[in-house]
Design a protein around this ligand. Sequence first.
Ligand SMILES: [Zn+2]
Length: 144
Amino acid sequence: MKKPEIDWIIHCCRNSVVCDECCDVENGFVENACNAHTHGMDRYNHPDFQLVLALPDEEICRILSTFGLWVQQGRRFSSGELVSGIYEDCDVKLETFIETGRKLFRVVIPDKNNVFPDDGNCMYPYTLQTVPTDLLWSKDCVLS
Ligand SMILES: [Zn+2]
């Protein structure tokens, strides 16, 4: 079988990473938050994906790439959908958020008790996943 061609990119904007836009070292995110997202799902007439929990880079890429491959293979997702197959022991949820002016699906991960952040008993930092993208900074990114 032909190896799938990765025709999307993943931006992982997080603290201590040099920002593509402004070439400054990013350090403005709220602790445990980041703005990792794909570009290129529009090729498949599908919203891009975002992750805002500051997981290790490899884990962020694994999750976002899994969604990318699924879309490439023809799967279509909708807002509010629970999706299995990312983690063995829990589902993740897709929620619509805005990232630099475009609508995308944020991949929302439940805490270790399998509680999603829209439930009041969810643990920090998982609760950060309800925060709009542009409020995940403790100060604004220095876009020149
Ligand atoms: Zn980007």
